[in-house]
Write a protein of this length. Structure first.
Length: 174
């Protein structure tokens, strides 16, 4: 849902100053000035300058950080798992045949000591790396059942079970 913010906000902030600028480029100064004067009188300020700077200072950074989020992905194939990270064009690859342990976690403990139920899956690999099923999510989601079953089937590991991530044994040494 968060990703809808950028296109909706950009659709509101960008077209108006762009249309005024384009009318001026076409030589239709009177029409552009009339539109701008009408907006200025309704808003009580220089609307063109306000919208232009809003587009540059607010929409452009949001667009930039949205573009950096495009590579985020979690892909499971027959032989490997690929994880894309924020701002990186290079995917991290986890070969399935190097998976050594698969642990299903029920949730985690909050700072106040209470328990929050959010299922996760942790896969330890021979090279010491650890893959979390929720590492590319929004932080408030459970690992879907079909993803969990697919990881169990493709790694061939018997899942271990634990209540919190703190209860998962430390990563295996390579």
């Amino acid at each position: 849902m968060f990703w809808c913010f950028f296109p909706l906000f950009a659709a509101l902030a960008v077209p108006w100053p762009l249309a005024v600028w384009y009318l001026r480029r076409l030589g239709r100064w009177e029409e552009a000035d009339a539109i701008e004067d009408d907006a200025d009188s309704k808003g009580g300020l220089n609307s063109y300058v306000f919208m232009k700077w809003t587009s540059l200072l607010l929409v452009a950074p949001i667009g930039f950080f949205t573009l950096l989020a495009i590579p985020i992905h979690f892909t499971i194939t027959d032989s490997e798992i690929r994880v894309g990270h924020f701002g990186s064009l290079r995917s991290e690859t986890f070969p399935m045949n190097e998976a050594r342990r698969l642990t299903i976690v029920d949730g985690y403990r909050l700072r106040d000591g209470s328990f929050r139920a959010e299922r996760d899956v942790i896969v330890d690999f021979a090279d010491g790396r650890r893959l979390r099923g929720n590492q590319v999510g929004d932080g408030g989601s459970n690992v879907p059942d079909d993803v969990l079953q697919m990881l169990i089937a493709k790694t061939g590991l018997t899942p271990q079970h634990t209540s919190t991530i703190e209860d998962v044994p430390k990563q295996m040494n390579p």
